[in-house]
Ligand binder design. Structure first.
Ligand SMILES: Nc1ncnc2c1ncn2[C@@H]1O[C@H](COP(=O)(O)OP(=O)(O)OP(=O)(O)O)[C@@H](O)[C@H]1O
Length: 205
């Protein structure tokens, strides 16, 4: 589904990686590993089409992601360091808007149910700036339950989560992979999956 060939990325004068090649089929989790500054976030942003590589080709279902443009972006759920949630909006509003922007039609009841499953019952109507760091992250993670995107790109999704939330996120990722989805993630924690294939990519030396 996703094929990367001869990928090279630079930041300023630094070449982060070069001649990176891999392909991922449906039902696979790719765990990108590497020390701080090795280029993991840069790679993930490149795979989303948010950062332009120096060299290389990125194919989604055999077509260039650049040419696919919005058709590709609709297939991707990106979870970056900043969580992508707006502090002035409630959890309900954040999730509803994120779904609309992704082109999904979702019911209000499914949004409430997602927040309940992620452990935020009673916090649905508060502006998210009033939530703790872990609770904000939970709001952002509830997007995974409402998304139909086949490709999840998750940058350090486990950070700031407590044990229960980590377990729930592992379940969500496992279910996504088992259903034939793809996930690419960075984490410094072990990521046991109950189903599907796990591949590893090591950046840096
Ligand atoms: N906007 C930027 N402008 C210039 N250099 C940048 C920029 N963003 C990142 N870099 C540099 O690119 C390198 C790789 O950064 P990146 O965030 O991709 O690493 P990472 O592997 O995700 O690190 P970490 O594990 O600390 O999150 C770093 O040396 C960083 O200083």
């Amino acid at each position: 589904m996703l094929k990367v060939t001869q990928l090279e990325c630079r930041r300023g004068d630094r070449r982060l990686f070069t001649d990176l090649n891999f392909s991922l089929s449906a039902g696979t989790l790719l765990h990108v590993r590497g020390r701080n500054g090795s280029g993991k976030t840069t790679l993930l942003r490149t795979l989303c089409g948010l950062f332009t590589p120096e060299h290389g080709e990125l194919l989604w279902r055999g077509e260039s992601i650049r040419q696919l443009g919005d058709d590709y972006r609709r297939e991707v759920l990106y979870f970056g360091h900043l969580n992508g949630i707006k502090g002035d909006l409630t959890g309900i509003e954040n999730l509803s808007i994120a779904a609309t922007l992704a082109g999904n039609t979702i019911s209000q009841s499914s949004v409430w149910a997602a927040l309940a499953r992620i452990g935020l019952t009673g916090f649905e109507d508060l502006p998210t700036r009033m939530l703790s760091q872990g609770q904000k992250k939970r709001v952002a993670l509830a997007r995974l339950m409402l998304s139909t995107a086949p490709l999840w790109i998750l940058d350090e999704p486990f950070t700031a989560l407590d044990v229960d939330a980590v377990a729930l996120l592992q379940t969500l990722i496992s279910d996504h992979i088992a259903a034939g989805g793809l996930a690419i993630l960075t984490t410094h924690q072990a990521v046991p999956l109950t189903s599907g294939q796990v591949a590893h990519l090591d950046l840096g030396d």
